[in-house]
Ligand binder design. Structure first.
Ligand code: HMG
Ligand code: MG
Length: 297
């Protein structure tokens, strides 16, 4: 049976905007986050404290956080890869952080300039210090279904990386299909494998990208497997800045539409979310990727 309620973890301001070629002014980002909170999203990932050379789109992280209600009722987590990122995030006033690991050696090298073991060594003091400061730490795992350089990624490898992050003290794993190649049976096998290793669905979130059009089907498969936290991006923002037609994250509106049809609670006001995504599409000067936004907008 399907869960009665789910938590939608909104990643548009971070995962969406980090992949847009246009750099959005900080005041527009702050308005975007505010509108998403206003639409009822229970958690909105705001930005990343990474090296600005690696993600210039989010170089204004500290200025943005200064404009946001970080102590308000809606958690506004930020990504931090290392202690330098944590220092910057704490100084800016962040109250929730997320680290981001890779399931594969190649992506750890490309995304974090690290090996699999080095990324864990980098994260360990981040998690310890964040928890000492009273913060909960989410941990992403990327390339859980496939990797553009390594091809298929073994389920055991994903479970092993995920378990190491939980052992460091992360409170939730977000299982990322970074390149959108996963399919429904694979999703369910991965959730089962985590369960067999002692990690239940309450510690897992699913993070789907829609590159192959599978994100919504995968979300449904994950619901059937008992997952109750889903990452999604308003309007389906994101995609590769170098490929005009490449798609981004699972669109929040598309997820909401499916959940409404299934009678699953989520607390989001679809009309104001669509209005927000139409506005942001106008800012970016492009059509929204979300089918539901195009249908209703
Ligand atoms: P590095 O070059 O190895 O860093 O990069 P380093 O530790 O050698 O330091 C080099 C310089 O960078 C030093 O400055 C540091 O102070 C500075 P210098 O002494 O040369 O003047 N530095 C920093 N500055 C600002 N903020 C920091 C920071 N850290 C070091 N945090 C590093 C290593 C991790 C920094 C780099 O690889 C990086 O920033 N990577 C981020 C990549 C990224 O943001 N990717 C996108 C997010 S992941 C994602 O989107 C996937 C996800 O959505 C899930 C999914 O879909 O799978 C989450
Ligand atoms: Mg992502």
């Amino acid at each position: 049976s399907l869960p009665a309620a789910v938590t939608i973890y909104e990643v548009g301001p971070r995962d969406g905007l980090q992949n847009e070629s246009a750099v959005v002014p900080v005041d527009v980002k702050a308005e975007f986050v505010g509108r998403l909170v206003g639409a009822g999203l229970p958690i909105v990932e705001a930005t990343s404290f990474v090296h600005p050379r690696w993600v210039p789109q989010l170089a204004d992280a500290a200025e943005l956080v200064a404009r946001l209600p970080m102590d308000g009722p809606t958690p506004l987590p930020v990504l931090v890869p290392n202690e330098r990122g944590l220092d910057r995030a704490l100084e800016a006033g962040a109250r929730h952080v997320a680290i981001f690991a890779s399931a594969t050696e190649t992506f750890a090298s490309k995304n974090l300039n690290s090996s699999l073991d080095e990324q864990m060594a980098m994260f360990e003091p981040v998690v310890v210090r964040a928890r000492e400061a009273g913060l909960e730490v989410r941990a992403y795992v990327s390339m859980c279904f496939g990797d553009p350089w390594e091809g298929a990624v073994a389920i055991d490898q994903v479970v092993s990386v995920g378990r190491r992050l939980l052992d460091l003290g992360a409170s939730q794993l977000s299982i990322g299909d970074t390149i959108g190649v996963g399919t429904a049976a694979h999703v369910q096998a991965l959730v089962r494998a985590f369960g067999d290793a002692g990690t239940g669905t309450e510690s897992l979130a699913m993070h789907f990208h829609d590159t192959y059009g599978q994100a919504l089907a995968n979300a449904h498969a994950a619901l059937q497997a008992g997952i109750t936290t889903f990452d999604a991006s308003a309007g389906g923002l994101g995609g590769c800045p170098y490929a005009e037609s490449a798609t981004g994250n699972l669109a929040t509106e598309d997820l909401v539409w499916m959940l409404d049809g299934l009678g699953i609670e989520h607390g989001v006001d679809l009309a104001s979310l669509v209005e927000t995504s139409v506005w942001m599409a106008g800012v970016l000067g492009k059509e929204p990727a979300s089918a539901v936004v195009r249908a209703l907008g």
